[in-house]
Structure formats: structure tokens, C-alpha cells
Design a protein around this ligand. Structure first.
Ligand SMILES: Cc1cc2nc3c(=O)[nH]c(=O)nc-3n(C[C@H](O)[C@H](O)[C@H](O)COP(=O)(O)OP(=O)(O)OC[C@H]3O[C@@H](n4cnc5c(N)ncnc54)[C@H](O)[C@@H]3O)c2cc1C
Length: 386
């Protein structure tokens, strides 16, 4: 039941590239033809998770004894990078939550029984995970959550409260729930419990309508007198806040990884577009003002990529600290925001049309500055360690 960070052996670069090719092919065959429908539906179908599982693309770093392939974190990263690069950011959020947030919580904090029960199902796609911290009255201020889990004196917790903005909320079979086991104890009163969504007292609310990432289900969740066995506690009582602080750097790094992949993709789309589009008898890419902007974006993205690679190196060594992950999350998502805006501008009116990938990416990427801890909170974390 440790909150320590794992260390990963470096992956073979050839294997990584082969894996990347497979992921690309998989997304081209299994996502591209369906993404518009999924955006209309506001979710991906459950079968998609089974297909991802069959292709070995879910929870890839889960050890073999729990059904995974025990691969390095770099393989997980490739799945997200490719989803971002192909313009499927909603999927990247779904998958991050399932594979790279929920599964590690269980792997690092779960009992042997919890790991054997949940991890193989998460690897195969038979069980979909969500993590519920945010409440209508508490987002950034996580210590202020009100959802309560009180012992009923018969070996159970009685859970009451509500959560909002929960990724995978409509599809989830398992919710890792942040709740208060001691309402008076502030951060030390926060615990994590595993809630199966077929328990009486669990209700899903609306699938929320969003500006972007429309294929990602984002929900309200309600817990009304839900009885949960004490054996569903994840880790130790009262250590939930500490566990979240330990796991959040990986979540923030994942957002930063996707942000850089998206910025790189946006620049590629814009280079293609501005080379083809003519104005005043010349391609847009030949106007000096555009050439300079393209050069600036290329430079900034490269600087971002170098910092990101350093953060990744630290993470693989188990040394990525809270403030460096916060720097990466805020700075790289703001770089992404600047690049998206500039690239959209260079597409002119076409950039505002959803049939162009830049329009969807612009809307999808906006939330990177908000979730996983807002960028203001990231600055606060950096400032705290000065
Ligand atoms: C698409 C989407 C998916 C999400 N998925 C999940 C999920 O799966 N699970 C989950 O638990 N949550 C999820 N969230 C919630 C997300 O993490 C929160 O929205 C985020 O943490 C901000 O909380 P809030 O919305 O309550 O804003 P608030 O905390 O109310 O903040 C509002 C504004 O005030 C600023 N602010 C707050 N405190 C300070 C401060 N001390 N100093 C300076 N500025 C401050 C914030 O930066 C922000 O700009 C998701 C959100 C979205 C939009």
C-alpha cells in the first residue's frame, strides 16, 4: 500500500516504433470511420473498449500477472500521442482515465484481491474505469469535497453525495471515489473507495454537453445511501489526499504529452494548408508574416518537446516531482493553446469549420488548461516550492 512512484526500464526504440505503427493503423481502421457518429452520440460504444483490449492497447503497463503486458509507460504514452496527433483528443481523455489513471491507482494501492478482480477486466475492456474527485461545490479545492463515507457499524460505509464532470461517467463499471471518511479532518479526512456502478444507490446523471471532446462522456454521478463493504477501501483510510497528490503528476504529464502531440499535429496541418492555399497569386506559406509565425511555432514546440522529454525521463526514473509536473502541465498546455489559435487563424474561415481537423482540435484542446488541476493551481504548486 505504498504511495511511491514506479520506476520503468527504458523501452527498445524499435519496439516502440512498431507499436506506434500498430496504434496508428488501429485508430485509422477502428476510429476514423466512426468518430463523427460517436461525437453525435456523446460517447464511444462499449465495444470499442473490447476492441482496444483485444488489440492490447488498454492498460499496457499493467504487469502480466494481472493480464497486462507489463510494458513501459512509454507504450501508454504512444497510445495517447497517436490519438492526439490524429485529432481524437476525446479518446485520449477516455483512455487516459481508464488506462493511465484508474489502473495505476489500483495497481499501486489495491489489495491483492482488488488487483486480481479489477485489473484483468480493465485490460480486456470488460470493465471501464472512472475517477470521481470533482463535486459541484469543489473542484480546485479538493479538500472541500463533501461526499461522505461513514461507517454503519456493520462493516460497511454508507455513501452520500454527488460528483460532476466525470470522464467515462456514463460507461464506467468502476468508480474510484474520493470521499470524506472524517468530515472534520480536512485533507486527512479524505479516503478513496472503489464503487461498482451496479450497486443500489448509484445513479448516473446527465451526459454533459461540452464545447469540445464531444465523443467523451462527461457526467454527473449521484450516491444515495449507497452501502459499500469496508473491503472496498482503496489503500488506507484518511490517506486519499496524499494518494491523489502522488498519482496526479503522472496525470499532468499525460496531459502535457497530449498537448505537445496536438501542437505538433496542428503545425503539420497548417503547413500543408498554407502551402496549398493561394492568395494574391502565392501560397499563404510564402508571405513573410506567415513564414515567421510558422518558424516561431516550430521553435516553441521544439523547446516544449525537449522539456517534455526531460520530464518523461524523470518520470521513468520515478523522479518526476509535483512542481516539475505542474510546470509541464501549465506551460505545455498554454503553448498548445497559442499554437492552436495561430494555426486556426492561418486557415482563415476554413479553420472555423468542423470538417477541418484544426477546428475540432482548437475546441478539444481548450480543456487541457482546466482539468487535471487548472493552470492557476499549477502555478500555485510551482510557487509553493520556490
Ligand atoms: C471535460 C472535463 C473532464 C473532466 N474530467 C474529470 C474527471 O474525470 N474526474 C474529476 O474528478 N474531475 C474531472 N473534471 C473536473 C476538473 O478537474 C475541474 O473542472 C478542475 O479541477 C477545476 O475545478 P472547477 O471546475 O470546480 O473550477 P474552480 O475550482 O471553481 O475554479 C474556477 C477558476 O478559478 C481558478 N482558481 C481556483 N482556485 C484558485 C486559486 N487558489 N488561485 C487562483 N485561481 C484559482 C481556477 O483556476 C479556475 O480558473 C473534468 C472537467 C472537464 C471540463
Amino acid at each position: 500500500m505504498s504511495a511511491a512512484r514506479p520506476v520503468y526500464a527504458p523501452a527498445d526504440p524499435v519496439e516502440l516504433e512498431l507499436f506506434r505503427d500498430n496504434v496508428r493503423r488501429f485508430f485509422a481502421d477502428e476510429v476514423e470511420p466512426h468518430i463523427e457518429k460517436w461525437e453525435k452520440d456523446g460517447r464511444v460504444p462499449r465495444e470499442f473498449y473490447y476492441k482496444m483490449g483485444e488489440a492490447g492497447l488498454l492498460c499496457v503497463d499493467v504487469p502480466e500477472e494481472y493480464g497486462g503486458s507489463g510494458a513501459s509507460f512509454e507504450f501508454s504514452m504512444i497510445v495517447l500521442e497517436e490519438a492526439g496527433r490524429m485529432g481524437f483528443l476525446a479518446l485520449s481523455s477516455n483512455l487516459t482515465v481508464h488506462s493511465d489513471i484508474c489502473a495505476p491507482y489500483i495497481l499501486h494501492l489495491g489489495t491483492e484481491e482488488q488487483k486480481r478482480h479489477w485489473l484483468p477486466k480493465m485490460v480486456s475492456g470488460a470493465a471501464i474505469g472512472a475517477i470521481a474527485m470533482t463535486e459541484p461545490g469543489a473542484g480546485s479545492d479538493l479538500q472541500g469535497i463533501k461526499t461522505s463515507a461513514l461507517p454503519d457499524g456493520e462493516g460497511h460505509y454508507l455513501i452520500n453525495g454527488s460528483k460532476t464532470f466525470i470522464t467515462n461517467g456514463q460507461l464506467a463499471d468502476l468508480v474510484i471515489l474520493a470521499c470524506k471518511t472524517d468530515a472534520r479532518a480536512g485533507a486527512k479526512g479524505v479516503s478513496l473507495v472503489l464503487v461498482e456502478t451496479d450497486r443500489p444507490g448509484f445513479k448516473r446523471g446527465r451526459n454533459l454537453k461540452k464545447l469540445g471532446q464531444k465523443a467523451q462522456d462527461t457526467s454527473e454521478l449521484f450516491f444515495e445511501d449507497l452501502r459499500l463493504p469496508a473491503s472496498n477501501l482503496l489503500g488506507e483510510e484518511g490517506r486519499g489526499f496524499e494518494y491523489m497528490m502522488t498519482e496526479l503528476p503522472q496525470e499532468r504529464l499525460l496531459i502535457a504529452i497530449t498537448a505537445v502531440a496536438m501542437a505538433e499535429a496542428a503545425l503539420e496541418w497548417t503547413l500543408d494548408y498554407t502551402r496549398q492555399r493561394q492568395a494574391f497569386g502565392r501560397p499563404l506559406a510564402e508571405f513573410q508574416t506567415n513564414r515567421f509565425k510558422l518558424a516561431e511555432m516550430k521553435t516553441e514546440i521544439q523547446i516544449g518537446r525537449v522539456f517534455l522529454d526531460r520530464c518523461l525521463e524523470l518520470h521513468l526514473e520515478g523522479k518526476l516531482d509535483v512542481e516539475t509536473a505542474a510546470m509541464a502541465k501549465y506551460w505545455l498546455t498554454e503553448l498548445e493553446g497559442r499554437v492552436m489559435d495561430q494555426c486556426l487563424q492561418m486557415h482563415g474561415g476554413y479553420g472555423y469549420m468542423l470538417e477541418y481537423p484544426i477546428a475540432r482540435a482548437f475546441a478539444d484542446a481548450r480543456v487541457h488548461r482546466i482539468y487535471g488541476g487548472s493552470n492557476e493551481i499549477m502555478r500555485e504548486l510551482v510557487a509553493r516550492h520556490l
